[in-house]
Design a protein around this ligand. Sequence first.
Ligand code: COA
Length: 341
Amino acid sequence: MPGIHIRDFRAVDLPDAAALLAARQVRDREQLPFLAKAYEEPRECEPLLRQAISEPAYGGGVAALSGDTLVGYLLAEKNLFPPTSLPAQFIPPYTMSVGLQCHAVSSAVDAVEVYRAMYAAAAERWVASGFFEHRVYVIAGDRDAEEAWVTCGFGRGLTCAVRPTADPVSVAGELPGLEIHQAASEDLDVVMRLEHTNNAHHWGSPIFWPYLHETQPAAREHQANLLAEAANAHFVAYRDGVPVGMDTFNAPDWVNPMLQGGRMIYLFQGVVEEAARGGGVGKALLARSMAWAHEQGYDWCALHFASMNPSGAPFWRGQGFVPVEHTMARRIDERVAWARP
Ligand SMILES: CC(C)(COP(=O)(O)OP(=O)(O)OC[C@H]1O[C@@H](n2cnc3c(N)ncnc32)[C@H](O)[C@@H]1OP(=O)(O)O)[C@@H](O)C(=O)NCCC(=O)NCCS
């Protein structure tokens, strides 16, 4: 791109990169005012970036300069989770990912072209080192970022959405025979059965997420640990004594701090057994869960849904969840490694 020079990211770039990120947060909050205000300050952004380049998983970074001025940066992280660990269920092996805080471009330049130039330089190294799965996290509604990544072959896979817990979930009335209880450790088998239903749904078309049996022990251990603490509430709906749905909660560890504009709780799984769907169980569960979250002093509830999920995506949006971040991904054809000029 004329006038723009791409080179490796250096630690001395951190203050200027933090200023670009803070300016992006100002722009993003014009569209989504409930994002974290603190990150409108470069001094709050700088530690996020310093941490990114200090992690053992840091996958390198590039800087875009116009003359001597930093106008963009892109920092990558190697996602190399053990194949039996819980994150392996959600993130493919050898993924190179660019977190929400790990990229920004000045509003004074053509952001689409600068992103494209930075990706071209970075991806050459990623592919040469065996990383064929590329991910980037972008703010929902950032049209330049989406245009840049879409034109580089990325598609939307996952959406993070948030809703104020104070907004009531309108339910018509009590559903006959339906009771909602908070689960405890002895309900682990019930929770795992409903988790299976949720995972089976995500295995099917058009989502096609792998159903990994190797990660099952880690998933069970994760649920057991969550159930051991009441702060991670699990609500299970029973119809005539039979479990038909659940909402599970935990701390928002998987939500970028830039998206947390208040006290937040994370809705990890929301699922209703197939035969009971469409009858108001999902909404009854959410009404109970949001009342609990509000009572506990949480301002916001966040969750992720697969963008193509035919039931989860419309359900959450219909219940007031507003998309704040999209995960975009590209898989490179591995034959490029040996099919060479
Ligand atoms: C998403 C899910 C939990 C919703 O539970 P549910 O019991 O089917 O939903 P409800 O019957 O309470 O429906 C509540 C509202 O959502 C709407 N809704 C539910 N499923 C929908 C769908 N597939 N498409 C469009 N709207 C839908 C209903 O029309 C209803 O609208 P209303 O409030 O205007 O009457 C359930 O369908 C499910 O388990 N899906 C598979 C697993 C999944 O995708 N979970 C989410 C993972 S992110």
